[in-house]
Design a binder for this molecule. Sequence first.
Ligand SMILES: *[C@@H]1O[C@H](CO)[C@@H](O)[C@H](O)[C@H]1NC(C)=O
Ligand SMILES: *[C@@H]1O[C@H](CO)[C@@H](O)[C@H](O)[C@H]1NC(C)=O
Ligand SMILES: *[C@@H]1O[C@H](CO)[C@@H](O)[C@H](O)[C@H]1NC(C)=O
Ligand SMILES: *[C@@H]1O[C@H](CO)[C@@H](O)[C@H](O)[C@H]1NC(C)=O
Ligand SMILES: *[C@@H]1O[C@H](CO)[C@@H](O)[C@H](O)[C@H]1NC(C)=O
Ligand SMILES: *[C@@H]1O[C@H](CO)[C@@H](O)[C@H](O)[C@H]1NC(C)=O
Length: 515
Amino acid sequence: MRETVIFILLTGVITMTRADDCQAVNFGHGSVVCVCNATFCDSVGRIVLPGPGQFLSYVSSKTGSRLVRSQGQFQKNGTGAALRITLNPSQKYQRIKGFGGAMTDAAAMNIQSLSSGAQDQLLRQYFSPDGIEYRFVRVPMASCDFSTRLYTYADTPGDYDLKNFTLAEEDVHMKIPLLQRAQALSAKPLNLFASAWSAPAWLKTNGALTGKGTLKGKPGGREHKTWAQYYIRFLEEYQKYNLSFWGLTSGNEPTAGEMTNYSFQALGFTPETQRDWIALDLGPGLHSSSFSQTRLMILDDNRILLPHWAKVVLSDIQAARYVHGIGFHWYLNKIAPADITLTATHHLYPEYFLFGTEACAGWDPLDRGVRLGSWDRAEDYAHDIIQDLNNYVTGWTDWNLALNQDGGPNWVKNFVDSTIIVDSSKDIFYKQPTFYSMAHFSKFLWEESQRVGVSFSQHTSLEVSAYIRSDASAVLIILNRSDEEVQFEVWDQTLGFLPGSAPPHSILTLLWSRR
Ligand SMILES: *[C@@H]1O[C@H](CO)[C@@H](O)[C@H](O)[C@H]1NC(C)=O
Ligand SMILES: *[C@@H]1O[C@H](CO)[C@@H](O)[C@H](O)[C@H]1NC(C)=O
Ligand SMILES: *[C@@H]1O[C@H](CO)[C@@H](O)[C@H](O)[C@H]1NC(C)=O
Ligand SMILES: *[C@@H]1O[C@H](CO)[C@@H](O)[C@H](O)[C@H]1NC(C)=O
Ligand SMILES: *[C@@H]1O[C@H](CO)[C@@H](O)[C@H](O)[C@H]1NC(C)=O
Ligand SMILES: *[C@@H]1O[C@H](CO)[C@@H](O)[C@H](O)[C@H]1NC(C)=O
């Protein structure tokens, strides 16, 4: 359904076209969710840039706008707005890799709990050119907390040669078929990356998948070699299903298994043992396999560990030669400022990319689980992504692609929120405000988009990030977390002034051609 409304603004005529409308439901958590079923889902659609001198604007807001599109015109004269945002394309920063989410066992179970028509709708929302065009999918290797049982792919004690290595039912019947469908819907090859939570119990000091424990022996030893081969066996098995991996991480949250009696699957490494395992086992193993192009990300743990963790691993030339990037999580960000963690690491090791490998809402003990329609959480996402991108990060991966209304399943009841919440009893799913936060980035920031400079004529509480894409178009993403609307103008030297306004509690993506 399309409707066209003409708005008269202070500054000119803007044509506003609303794409297929969000079927909004308000659960009383600040804003609305959009309901989708097997035959209907609101969709942003394909984006065609308007002609020279025109811009597109997409806005989502607490009051219920969801990627509402409007079109306007640059003007030669200033608009009189007190705030001028100047685009500085000659200040060039990092290039974007992309955005995505994780195909956990729980996500796959929730997606498969829907009818096949609703499953298609959901996958299209994330992966198709009509949807928000996720490029990245994190794939857990074997079980994690978002599983319904504990398993690895090599649970036969003493199987050092991994003769009994086998993918699980969860891979063969759940994650793999869904990943293949996601790939088929996607216009470009998906970038998959794998992360392991725990090694098989018999390789570990504590003889269990959970709790405090590390690999037995030392880097270079038998257990460490087997654990490196396990990664290669995983890549080989997925390859048999035509799923090749863009990358992998050296293991999920290594500090969890190192420091505490952790309640779910974990494998402890210190930066030193991770460094030595990469230098002696994982790096050489991958290098001499047919997966030598697979990108290796270290850390995969909270950014508060930066830059120390990176210094320990990357200052060792034997380890550093096998590493491509640094993956990090968003938990504890409040006590880990982006400049002294991310930017500091970038300046020390500019040739290694920074990449957000996990984040979710509803993890904080004081604000747990699913909140249908929470706008605060949409702002948390957009704020964090902008902050990361403005500190040299190249991509951002959300956690579970779909959860149920409890925020699970999760065998240890570590329930959290997700961008899509499934209600299988009604064969529907809810797109949360966080889904649209992701969209404001994933849909517009193509791979290789380059962040560029912006400057402000006066102090502003707006959060802004600016890009030039491969077709020379410009993208500006603006977050207003405050209660009032503010008028502004964007100045692009090649085109003039773009009249804009950021509604209270809104996320805005502006884009235009600069040719
Ligand atoms: C699906 O949603 C649309 C839009 O809300 C509605 O018109 C339609 O009846 C729904 N279909 C089913 C099977 O509930
Ligand atoms: C633009 O500015 C010039 C110079 O200040 C002025 O002469 C002209 O009338 C302005 N045009 C519009 C459309 O306001
Ligand atoms: C492991 O593999 C061997 C030989 O391939 C087989 O005989 C044995 O039953 C397997 N063990 C398990 C626990 O799967
Ligand atoms: C993998 O792709 C090849 C070539 O496109 C095709 O022949 C083969 O059937 C596919 N295999 C699987 C398991 O999907
Ligand atoms: C670790 O936690 C588990 C489960 O809570 C408990 O059974 C076990 O005794 C704990 N181990 C130690 C060493 O504290
Ligand atoms: C959002 O609105 C508030 C209130 O005017 C303002 O303080 C803040 O700077 C605004 N952000 C934008 C969009 O300018």
